[in-house]
Design a protein around this ligand. Structure first.
Ligand SMILES: C[S@@+](CC[C@H](N)C(=O)[O-])C[C@H]1O[C@@H](n2cnc3c(N)ncnc32)[C@H](O)[C@@H]1O
Length: 366
């Protein structure tokens, strides 16, 4: 039933090598979300009076609030999670004339802004992934540390689309292993997939606790090392897949390019190498620094396009030690930023930015 278009090799594609430090441990501050690299993001966006800024990932509203406090500007705050938008109403009460909350996906940024009469903006920021609110709510099914329904849909458990339970119970063993390997960068993916398939023969898996226990039973960890929870990578893989996160990111970046005015800034905070690779590739390409082609990533053909961005810093910025000490979630964060030129947006090539491609019948995903 499921068709997988997979790179076919059982080793990590170039640039996707497993790096335990890149996997976010689920350490959160209960009942809140501590914004990551916020001062660096503000430094990039340089909010000014009368400017219009898009916070593409509103979450707990930390970035949006900081922008609103920094200048007499307007912030359009987008989130696909209805609960985040609902929570944002308290911030809206503080800034009724300058904050606009929009429920939707940032890939649709352009069409979400159209009804507001906004065609161009001065800055766009992304802080991708999940918020502490989402992880800490067992009923959302993102956590392997708290038992809950195996769901993981950012739009909520009643939304359309496959849940994590649909994926673990529906994919055949080979596809499940490929998914866990690619999106979780999990070397023990085959053993995990085998264990899942054996367990679901008895009854379908419905709870995060059940899945975490099955994974913990088969994942070998090196003694004497500070190991991640055995289920970390598999849960990451399922979350990315269920929410189409890599395609969303690639499409969000091209949407930001389309709406940023000349001199406007983009700031993207990402948390693992799969995301950062897309951001890096997009910005390098749009800055006219086409990456070298490779067997896994063919040479770009877009060199005839004038650069639509200029680099602010060549390398990704990382959080300082103080921030990481205070907020362990910041540990794997990377910020990439650029400034928009007056050149036309490049032809929409979001699909080419996501690698490897992986699709399940009826639903193309990154
Ligand atoms: C890490 S949190 C953002 C935290 C925020 N910067 C703050 O300071 O509180 C990420 C948020 O982005 C949202 N999100 C993730 N992917 C999205 C997408 N494609 N479109 C819209 N929102 C998305 C999630 O629902 C989550 O609320």
């Amino acid at each position: 039933m499921y068709l997988v278009e997979f790179c076919g090799e059982r080793r990590a594609p170039a640039g996707l090598e497993t790096d335990a430090d890149n996997v976010v441990e689920m350490v959160t501050v209960a009942g809140s979300h501590v914004p990551v690299m916020m001062s660096q993001v503000l430094d990039v966006l340089q909010p000014h009076d009368n400017g219009i800024y898009v916070d593409a990932t509103f979450g707990g509203g930390g970035y949006a609030r900081a922008l609103l406090e920094a200048a007499n500007c307007t912030v359009v705050a987008i989130d696909r999670d209805p609960q985040a938008i609902e929570r944002g109403k308290s911030l809206l009460a503080d800034y009724p004339d300058r904050l606009i909350l929009v429920e939707g996906r940032f890939s649709q940024m352009k069409s979400l802004l159209e009804p507001l009469g906004i065609a161009q903006v001065d800055g766009v920021t992304f802080d991708v992934g999940v918020s502490s609110f989402q992880i800490d709510d067992a009923a959302r099914g993102f956590s392997f540390q708290m038992d809950g329904p195996l769901d993981m849909r950012m739009e909520g458990v009643t939304s359309e689309g496959l849940s994590a339970a649909d994926v673990v119970n529906g994919l055949d063993q080979k596809d499940l292993a490929a998914l866990i390997y690619i999106f979780g960068e999990e070397r023990q993916s085959r053993a995990i997939a085998r264990a899942i398939v054996e367990a679901r023969l008895e009854k379908p898996l419905k709870r995060t606790g059940e899945l975490a226990k099955i994974i913990s039973g088969v994942v070998h960890q090196k003694p004497g090392r500070k190991n991640l929870h055995p289920a970390t990578r598999t849960f990451q893989a399922l979350r990315i897949y269920v929410n189409g996160e890599l395609d969303e990111l690639a499409q969000g970046l091209t949407a930001a390019e389309a709406i940023l005015r000349r001199g406007g800034h983009i700031a993207v905070v990402s948390f693992h190498s799969l995301e950062d690779r897309i951001v890096k590739r997009f910005l390098r390409q749009r800055c006219g620094k086409t990456p070298q082609g490779s067997r896994h990533m063919p040479q770009d053909t877009g060199s005839q396009n004038a650069p639509s961005f200029v680099e602010i810093k060549h390398k990704a910025q990382r959080p300082g030690d103080d921030e990481v000490d205070a907020n362990p979630r910041a540990r794997s964060a990377r910020l990439r930023a650029a400034q928009r030129t007056s050149a036309a947006p490049w032809p929409d090539d979001a699909g080419a930015m996501v690698f490897p491609r992986y699709s399940v019948e009826g639903r193309a995903l990154s």
